[in-house]
Write a protein that binds this ligand. Structure first.
Ligand SMILES: Nc1ncnc2c1ncn2[C@@H]1O[C@H](COP(=O)(O)OP(=O)(O)OP(=O)(O)O)[C@@H](O)[C@H]1O
Ligand SMILES: C[C@@](O)(CCO)CC(=O)[O-]
Length: 312
């Protein structure tokens, strides 16, 4: 047995901000995917995945007991499938900011949720919001606090615009320029990051008034502007705003940027060759880059592995 594929995602804008009501824009990233699969002779990796899913089944049992009106699952079937060796067969790297746990949550909801909201029906704003609320609870097992956006993106496989916490919509993004000079790219930091401790640091920082003010007056402001510019195809304004965002993140989100990238981050801002931002919660995994000139950026970053994900 092999279930449907669920894809990785890239949160282009909105990490952390969306926990506190900024805009956000998340797009599917079809390069990686995962699916639930049952096979008899399990490898070590498959066994590990199966073990993880067992812990997750116990969590879902508790969740549906505590919040029966939110969501319920066919847990008997889930556990029976786990006994038959089911695991999440996934190429999505874990702790890389591209939503491995989100794809897993989407796959489990798709297969085992009762009365589920399906992709095929007309998805009103209310239904999208219900889905996001369910996914936020389901993903909290992996993340601590979660917005639910990653699983939603993976489940629907379309770009999602977050206007605010309770106003989200499916959206289109401007078509790519196939021979555009500029682009968005991923840099592999070579380190595994963990979302939960990063979100914890953020929540701790949010207890300080100065940090809250910075978030509202700078981080959220630039994030919102970047989302608007990206969707409007206003590339010139986008780069003005992304430069500011890159600066604010370097100044205020240091624990989320691996040390060996601080200098590289700064160099981008100083030379205007590229601008870096967090990809998801940071702390390792991928770093997102924006450049008006991919050739120039590649030259400046020639010691690093780069994957282009969008062309301007
Ligand atoms: N194939 C898999 N099988 C079982 N569990 C998995 C699998 N892939 C991911 N997970 C679970 O998801 C966790 C990783 O989730 P985490 O939120 O830390 O990172 P991420 O989802 O890759 O990154 P981000 O949320 O920043 O995009 C793993 O520790 C594991 O519990
Ligand atoms: C850091 C965070 O904002 C994005 C992680 O992809 C957490 C979340 O909202 O799920």
């Amino acid at each position: 047995m092999k279930g449907p594929l669920f894809y990785s995602k890239i949160l282009l804008f909105g990490e952390y901000g969306i926990i506190k009501d900024s805009k956000g824009l998340s797009i599917p990233y079809n390069f990686y995917n995962g699916a639930l699969k049952i096979s008899e002779n399990e490898t070590e990796v498959q066994e590990e995945s199966n073990k993880n899913l067992r812990k997750y089944a116990a969590f879902l049992q508790k969740l549906q007991k505590e919040q029966p009106t939110l969501v319920t699952f066919d847990l008997d079937n889930f556990i029976a499938d786990l006994d038959r060796g089911m695991y999440f067969d996934s190429s999505i790297p874990q702790g890389y900011g591209v939503g491995s746990s989100g794809a897993l949550v989407a796959a489990i909801y798709d297969k085992y949720a009762l009365d589920k909201i399906t992709v095929l029906e007309n998805l009103s704003r209310e239904k999208l919001l219900s889905l996001k609320t369910i996914f936020a609870e389901m993903e909290s097992f992996f993340h601590g606090k979660s917005s639910g956006l990653d699983p939603l993106n993976s489940y629907l496989s379309i770009p999602i615009l977050i206007n605010s916490k309770d106003n989200i919509e499916a959206t289109g993004i401007p078509a790519q320029e196939s021979n555009g000079k500029g682009g968005v790219f991923l840099i592999d930091s070579g380190l595994v990051g963990e979302t939960a401790p990063m979100v914890q640091i953020f929540m701790e920082n949010m207890k300080q008034e100065g940090f809250r003010k910075m978030l509202k007056d700078k981080f959220v402001k630039h994030t919102d502007a970047c989302v608007d510019d990206f969707l409007n195809g206003d590339v010139k304004s986008l780069f003005t705003n992304i430069k500011q965002l890159s600066n604010v993140v370097l100044d205020n989100f240091k624990p989320m940027i691996p040390k060996q990238f601080h200098q590289l981050w700064k160099k981008g801002i100083e030379t205007n060759a590229y601008y870096l931002k967090l990809c998801g919660s940071g702390g390792g995994g991928y770093i997102l880059g924006f450049t008006e000139n991919l050739e120039k950026a590649k030259e400046a970053l020639k010691d690093h592995k780069i994957e282009v994900v969008y062309n301007f």
